[in-house]
Design a protein around this ligand. Structure first.
Ligand SMILES: O=C(O)CCC(=O)C(=O)O
Length: 257
């Protein structure tokens, strides 16, 4: 699926856009899965706005923004279990992480037209710190995505800066790290943007008349352990590829509430 110099690019730049990981039919199935989760959430009275709180935008602007975000999508629909272990996905992950790949968690992020929420620049590290920094995000694009509808932007090579101080462990100081610092990563349905959890990234408001639907799966090397007891999700530790070399650490010691 990718060449060894693509893996070198990822290691050097901290991100990699891989075209056509999923075909059109697979994208269509995942779109349906995402739309159905939203419908079921509404029926269950569990619909909520997952827009990030904070002072990265004026209060008036922030309160108009909407994000449909739900975790553990592979517990909602088998289509996502298929996606997170898709042969093309595994082929890339093995090159970027190594032979033994584990899932950390899965989620969906839907930015509706006109007022789809922004993500201020941040690293994912503070949310689930690990020892060896192998953790990466795979952002799966289900709609054409560009700066108009709030595509992801990354800061190349920023993973080399290591862990940076975040405001309330949440996002970076936006005066120092505005979204304009990043390289926008426009993508088409079926493309996947991989980026390390130390890579600074964010995305703008969806100002267009089109929805931006993304899935986000986080993966790690099976020998990379959490340093903090936080952010546990169902399915964490699921072997996506290879074997777990740590017989004693298969059953997690944490409790998921
Ligand atoms: O999908 C996006 O626009 C950004 C998502 C993100 O940065 C995150 O969930 O950490």
């Amino acid at each position: 699926m990718i060449l060894s110099n693509d893996a070198d690019f990822y290691k050097d730049q901290g991100y990699l856009l891989v075209k056509g990981v999923f075909n059109q039919q697979e994208v269509e199935e995942m779109r349906m899965g995402v739309d159905n989760i939203i419908k079921r959430a509404v029926l269950a009275n569990k619909d909520h706005n997952a827009t990030w709180d904070g002072d990265y935008l004026p209060k008036e602007k922030l309160k108009k923004l909407v994000l449909k975000g739900f975790h553990n999508v592979h517990y909602h629909d088998h289509v996502f279990l298929k996606a997170l272990t898709h042969p093309n996905m595994k082929a890339v992950l093995k090159q970027l992480i190594g032979p033994n790949v584990q899932l950390h968690h899965s989620k969906m992020l839907v930015k509706p037209p006109e007022n789809g929420a922004a993500f201020p620049m941040h690293q994912d590290y503070p949310y689930f710190p690990h020892e060896k920094h192998t953790m990466l995000a795979a952002s799966i694009h289900l709609d054409e995505s560009n700066e108009e509808n709030g595509c992801l932007s990354v800061v190349p090579e920023s993973h080399k800066q290591g862990v940076l101080p975040h405001i309330g462990s949440h996002y970076l100081n936006q005066k120092e790290y505005p979204l304009s610092l990043g390289t926008p990563c426009p993508a088409e349905p079926g493309d996947v943007l991989f980026f390390n959890y130390l890579t600074i990234h964010g995305s703008g408001v969806n100002r267009s008349s089109r929805t931006r639907r993304n899935l986000l799966f986080q993966y790690r090397d099976a020998s990379d352990f959490p340093t903090n007891n936080e952010h546990f999700d169902w399915g964490m530790g699921l072997m996506v590829s290879g074997e777990n070399p740590h017989f004693e650490r298969v059953t997690p010691k944490y409790k998921i509430v």
